[in-house]
Design a protein around this ligand. Structure first.
Ligand code: 13P
Length: 253
């Protein structure tokens, strides 16, 4: 089996309840009218809207609902946390972990991220693991070792049966929400690098099965070139996933 095409909409902390429901309906209308290509679509609204979103997409085989985060603890006295088991019991199939915004604003460490990944896998949820370098790390040419460290401290600790259920997203921090996309060449080099890290640890047959997504100012104009680059198996979309027509256009790229 080779890596699968996946496009994820990360809505972050945007949209009130009514707007979020409208967005899901608008998208499902576009998809049923025009039919998408051979791609898994993951919508990641906030926790509160997940139940309704799952109900709205239940007749769409290609659309899955994802969470944006989960707790690194399995259960117990952790006020305000949402566990992987809770998400699983609601029908959530994917969960973003290690997003740079969580690393930066909520002090998430690689070891917490690995704990989350293991809990998600135990609960049959596919983690969407984010890695990416900061601007100064791109400029001082340390970006490959930064990514390698992030991978070594998290997903590369998994065994082969586990890693094939993980999606990796390369999101250079300098490209997130900035309008500054990595060029297809820059992104392609990093995807190749991540793929080689996977080969080194698991061999080619297993590495082939792991989808590697690009994220960071991806939009209807640049998606096609990015997605046709080798080892870019889809995208993790922020801003452009909040507009149904734009997101649909990215899906078709
Ligand atoms: P933007 O597409 O808004 O740059 O966000 C990317 C991102 O962080 C997706 O997780």
């Amino acid at each position: 089996m080779s890596s699968h095409k996946i496009v994820v909409g990360n809505w972050k902390m945007n949209k009130d309840y009514h707007q979020a429901i409208e967005l899901v309906k608008h998208l499902t209308n576009l998809i049923s009218e025009r039919k998408p290509l051979n791609t898994t679509i993951v919508l990641s609204p906030n926790f509160l809207y997940i139940k309704d979103a799952i109900e709205l997409v239940k007749d769409f085989e290609c659309i899955k609902i994802g969470a944006q985060n989960c707790s690194h603890k399995s259960s117990g006295a952790y006020t305000g946390e949402v566990s992987a088991e809770m998400l699983s019991s609601m029908g959530v199939e994917f969960c973003i972990v290690g997003h740079s915004e969580r690393r930066e604003y909520f002090a998430e460490t690689d070891s917490m991220i690995l704990e989350k990944i293991i809990l998600l896998l135990q609960n049959k949820i596919k983690p969407i693991y984010c890695c990416g370098e900061k601007l100064e790390e791109r400029e001082n040419d340390t970006f490959c070792s930064v990514i390698e460290n992030q991978l070594n401290n998290s997903v590369l600790n998994l065994n082969a049966n586990q890693i094939v259920n993980v999606v990796i997203a390369y999101e250079p921090v300098w490209a997130i929400g900035t309008g500054k996309t990595a060029s297809a060449k820059q992104a392609g080099e990093m995807h190749q690098f991540i793929y080689e890290c996977l080969i080194k640890k698991y061999g080619a047959e297993t590495a082939e099965q792991v989808s590697i997504l690009y994220g960071g100012s991806c939009n209807p104009k640049n998606a096609q070139e990015l997605f046709s680059t080798k080892h870019i198996n889809g995208g993790l979309i922020g801003g452009a996933s909040l507009i149904a027509e734009d997101f649909y256009s990215i899906l078709n790229s």
